[in-house]
Design a protein. Structure first.
Length: 358
């Protein structure tokens, strides 16, 4: 069922539904064959790719803290990296071959807001490339990371520019946090590149954006028209920004301010707990590409707790380190189950589509 909202400025109603394997209206999609099929890949696929790459990083972090059985991360990490690439490469090909689709989807209040997840996935993938021994591959990783940060910035500007003209509170959904705050993934991945100083301003940008947008979003959720069911999955993204900011701050700064850490930490934990409660209802919704919103927020929540445990240990806060390590490990298990669950749904939808086409 497609729910509609109407701009307060008298614009035509805009669907907040997230299509899956449906025909786009662009004439470019009618060229047939391989290019046409790529055009039907839903934009939220980038979120599943991002979650897969990020889960691999979270498992490696947990293993470095000796929270996992030896060899467990070594077994799952290659599989998760392959899964992340499996979802990301076709999505990037879609937009490279048909850039007009990118512009069309950027105008959509939901699709446009999740497009940056592909750039975020590229950043995390780049952080793995630079860990390889080959110098050429390492340089390629830095180039990929730099290009992904630039791409995210372009998508942020494009999304804000297109939505500003038709802005109304009822068009806002929690995925609107992704363009301005998702770029903080650069801070989480910058240490692998040795580019912490380059990424640090992005943290402050994301922190200011969160401080401005959070009260507006809470007001929208509490006092404005209810989010339609077709976009309700995006509520799970409420759990990501605070955890991402915490993870980015702890990763990118040598001497984090204790007060700021202890301010972000409870917000991050509370938002993750809120998403856990919301999932009881959200998981009852019929499958849609919006299920991708259930993945990365849980992964980055676990990552933030694991990094907080590491920071607390380094600063002589043994009890806090132990508590956050337990919380991080528990969240990591939940996140892993959710990533596999959503990936399974995506694969099932893909197989059904291929069999139908055959």
């Amino acid at each position: 069922m497609v729910s509609m909202t109407k701009s307060a400025h008298g614009a035509q109603p805009v669907s907040l539904a997230v299509p899956i394997l449906e025909q786009h209206s662009s004439l470019e999609t009618r060229s047939g064959g391989f290019v046409y099929q790529l055009a039907r890949i839903p934009a939220p696929t980038g979120g599943v790719s991002l979650a897969s790459f990020s889960l691999a990083s979270a498992l490696a972090l947990a293993e470095s803290q000796q929270l996992l059985l030896p060899g467990l991360a070594g077994f799952f990490v290659p599989l998760l990296l392959a899964l992340g690439g499996f979802w990301l490469l076709p999505l990037l090909s879609k937009y490279l071959l048909q850039p007009r689709l990118l512009l069309n989807e950027l105008a959509h209040p939901v699709l446009g807001s999740v497009l940056p997840t592909a750039a975020m996935a590229m950043m995390v993938a780049a952080s793995w490339l630079v860990q390889l021994d080959t110098a050429v591959v390492q340089q390629a990783g830095v180039v990929l990371w730099s290009g992904a940060v630039a791409l995210h910035a372009v998508l942020l500007i494009g999304f804000c520019g297109r939505q500003w003209r038709l802005f109304s509170l009822d068009r806002m959904v929690p995925s609107w946090f992704v363009p301005p705050i998702g770029i903080v993934v650069a801070c989480v991945t910058a240490p692998a590149m040795g580019l912490e100083l380059v990424a640090q301003p992005l943290f402050w940008f994301g922190l200011v954006a969160y401080g401005i947008k959070l009260p507006v979003m809470l007001y929208r959720l509490l006092f404005v028209e209810r989010i339609p069911e077709s976009a309700l999955c995006t509520f799970a993204i409420m759990g990501a920004p605070a955890s991402l900011l915490l993870a980015g701050y702890l990763s990118c700064f040598d001497t984090p301010n204790h007060l700021l850490v202890l301010l972000l930490a409870p917000i991050a934990l509370s938002m993750t707990a809120l998403v856990y409660l919301a999932l009881i209802k959200l998981l009852q919704l019929p499958f849609s590409p919006g299920y991708a919103a259930f993945t990365f927020p849980l992964v980055i929540g676990a990552t933030a707790q694991l990094l907080l445990s590491q920071w607390a240990q380094q600063n002589g806060m043994a009890e806090l380190a132990e508590l956050t390590a337990i919380a991080g490990l528990g969240e990591l298990v939940v996140a892993a189950v959710m990533v596999l669950y959503v990936s399974g749904h995506y694969l099932s939808a893909l197989i059904k589509f291929v069999c139908w086409r055959a």
